[in-house]
Design a protein around this ligand. Structure first.
Ligand code: SAM
Length: 291
C-alpha cells in the first residue's frame, strides 16, 4: 500500500524536461532519459533476458537482502526470478544508455542477482564492471550467462557486500582494515583462510568508479551504510544510482538523508531509482523526473 501512495505523490511532484533549468540535467533528461533510438546493444540484452526466462533450473537462494515481496520460499526457479526479481527491460535500456551517455569507464554494482542489470551496464559499452552477489547459487547462474553471452568486461565476486566495502585507506594500512573488516562481518575468530579472503575482498574496491549501482538489501540502515562506504570511491563526475528508493518508509528516509549529504549536489528521483551526482560546479538542487 505504501508504494501506491508514494507513486501518487511522485506523479504529483514530477515533471519532464520542462522547468529544468540546469543545463546538465536538461541535457541528461532529453539526450539520455528520453532517447528513443534503438541501439544494437538492446538486442543482446533481449537475448540474454530470454535465455534466463527460459531457464527451468531450480536453485536454493541465500537471502541477504530485505526479503522478497513476491517469493515465499528459498527455492526458486531461475525463469521466475528473471521474470519478477530483476531490472525491467525498460530500465535495463536506460541503464545501458546512461553508461554510454556519461562515458562510464568503471562501474560497480552491489547486487548482481541473475545479472540483468550487470548485462545492461556491459552490453556494447567500453566499461569494466565489478559486480557483487552474496547468494552463491544465483551468482553461479549469472556467471554462466555472462560467459555464454561473451560479457568479458564483467568481474563477478561472490560474498557479502560488507566484505568488500572497506575504506580507501586500506591501500596504506592493511593491518587495520583487515581487523576492522573481520569485526564487521564475523564476530568469531576467523581461520587463516578466511582472514586472507577478507583481506583480498576488502582490497577489491579501492579505485574510483564513474557509476555505482546500489541494488541490494533495500533497507534504510544498510543503504546508508553502503552510501557512506562507497563515498571514498567517487570523483567529481561519478553517479550513484539507488534502486527502490520508494519501496518502504525506511528507503524513503534513506533517500532523504542521501540527498541531504553535503557531498551530493544534484539528485534526481525517477521513482524506481534515485540518482545522485557530486559535481562541485553545480548548485545543490533536487529534481523529480518522470521517465
Ligand atoms: C534486487 S536484486 C539485484 C537485481 C539486479 N541488480 C538487477 O538489476 O537485475 C538484489 C541482490 O542483492 C543480493 N544481496 C542483498 N544484500 C546483500 C548483501 N548484503 N551482500 C551480498 N549480496 C546481497 C541479493 O542476494 C540479491 O540477489
Amino acid at each position: 500500500m505504501h508504494i501506491v501512495f508514494a507513486y501518487i505523490k511522485f506523479l504529483l511532484r514530477s515533471t519532464n524536461q520542462h522547468g529544468v533549468h540546469s543545463p546538465f540535467v536538461y541535457s541528461l533528461v532529453t539526450k539520455c532519459f528520453y532517447d528513443r533510438k534503438k541501439y544494437p546493444s538492446y538486442a543482446l540484452l533481449k537475448e540474454h533476458r530470454k535465455s534466463l526466462l527460459k531457464d527451468k533450473k531450480t536453485i536454493q537462494i541465500t537471502d541477504f537482502g530485505a526479503g522478497s515481496k513476491v517469493f515465499k520460499t528459498d527455492t526458486r526457479k531461475v525463469s521466475k526470478m528473471a521474470k519478477n526479481a530483476g531490472i525491467s527491460p525498460k530500465r535495463a535500456r536506460l541503464l545501458n544508455r546512461l553508461v554510454r551517455y556519461l562515458e562510464v569507464d568503471r562501474a560497480v554494482e552491489l547486487g548482481t542477482s541473475l545479472g540483468l542489470g550487470t548485462a545492461a551496464i556491459a552490453a556494447g559499452n567500453m566499461v569494466k564492471i565489478t559486480t557483487i552477489e552474496g547468494c552463491p547459487e544465483t551468482a553461479k547462474i549469472a556467471g554462466e550467462k555472462f560467459k555464454e553471452f561473451g560479457f568479458d568486461n564483467i568481474q563477478l565476486k561472490v560474498g557479502k557486500f560488507e566484505e568488500f566495502l572497506g575504506e580507501k585507506r586500506i591501500q596504506n594500512s592493511r593491518f587495520k582494515i583487515q581487523d576492522s573488516k573481520i569485526a564487521s562481518t564475523d564476530n568469531r575468530q576467523p581461520t587463516t583462510g578466511n582472514r586472507q579472503q577478507a583481506i583480498h575482498n576488502s582490497e577489491l574496491l579501492t579505485q574510483n568508479f564513474d557509476l555505482l549501482f546500489i541494488d541490494g538489501h533495500h533497507q534504510k540502515e544498510a543503504t546508508l551504510s553502503y552510501f557512506e562506504k562507497l563515498l571514498p570511491l567517487i570523483h567529481n563526475d561519478s553517479v550513484m544510482i539507488f534502486d527502490d528508493i520508494h519501496w518502504s518508509k525506511g528507503m524513503e528516509a534513506a533517500w532523504e538523508e542521501i540527498k541531504a549529504n553535503p557531498k551530493v549536489t544534484v539528485s534526481i528521483d525517477t521513482f524506481q531509482w534515485g540518482l545522485v551526482f557530486f559535481r562541485r560546479e553545480q548548485e545543490k538542487e533536487h529534481f523529480v523526473i518522470r521517465i
